[in-house]
Write a protein that binds this ligand. Sequence first.
Ligand code: ADP
Ligand code: MG
Length: 346
Amino acid sequence: MRQRNSRNPLSSSTFLYTILALLAISILTWLFITNDKKEYYTKTDYLLGTYVTVRVNSDKTSPVLLANAAFKEIKRIDEKYGSTRGIVETLNSSRGNWVEIDQETAFLLKSALEVSKNTGGAFDPTLYPIIKLWGFDDIESEKHVPSRNDIEEALAKVGYKNIEISPEGDRVRLLNGAQIDLSGIAKGYAVDMAILKIKSIDEKATGFIDAGGDIGIIGPKFGSRPWVIGIRHPRSENGDKVIDYVYMYDGSIATSGDYERFFEVDDVRYHHIFDPSTGFPANNGVISSTVIHKSAMLADAYATAAFVLGDSPGVTFFPRYGALAFLVRDDLSIFKNKGFEVYLSK
Ligand code: ADP
Ligand code: MG
């Protein structure tokens, strides 16, 4: 009996330790699982003429709050730079007079002009008269193939050199009847700014923002894994086929395709990306262009330019400007800038 009694405390403490150890293991496992499966908050809204998705997570604050801050910023930019309102509308009805602009507008215009200069005018923010003529200025506008005469007339007003910014950067005027359209760069800019907003609240937040194919990474998935981004197959019926996958931890990627907005007449496809040298939809053998860049704004603008330029010599100089292009030609063959392949594997 004594012996038994003396062994009892030992066996009960072993039992206690076992329980504690099991408890510790299960708590750790639970922590590991919950941490690993930490859900991302996703919100989608129709802004900037497209569906915008914010997918975000944070250890510090509510991801709902972060997504709302991002959407507020995107909405602000949509209202400010949309083609029929704000400063764009003011400039387009300024009849060549100087118009006062704020620093943000100066930055956006200067960035657009820099891409125009670097791409020999393939990206041109003064295409508005052409875009309007074809009916691509608004989803409601009637789309049609204009007469040669009308195209020539509209083209005479086009040219990025018609945008004159004062040396102080506080005023701008449009020469020779020029009118601007910032749709080829504003979406990317909105993504950059929304990410900045999120980062100003939680520097370590992770996730991404996708504005109709212009994607900016907030931070790697669960802090360490790449986001896997499918480049849409440009001839995918439902838009669900992917031509290749890109793995991204940071930076931005933007795609422009002839499938996004187009109409067909006699089996010819007329799409929304124009060649500023002809006034016709760009027709250099490219049906989809994707560009990776640190900035979503520049990825967006260079992707539009890449569509116009094609591959030879076309986009071969892009890496000089920090842009890497992936083009799908009309025979579905692919051109990639050297360096792009780094993103095609984990
Ligand atoms: P999406 O809006 O389909 O993502 P883009 O980013 O390529 O496409 O922008 C296309 C828009 O930019 C067009 O709808 C038009 O308003 C404008 N645009 C068309 N051609 C050009 C061009 N060569 N340079 C600058 N902007 C363009
Ligand atoms: Mg673009």
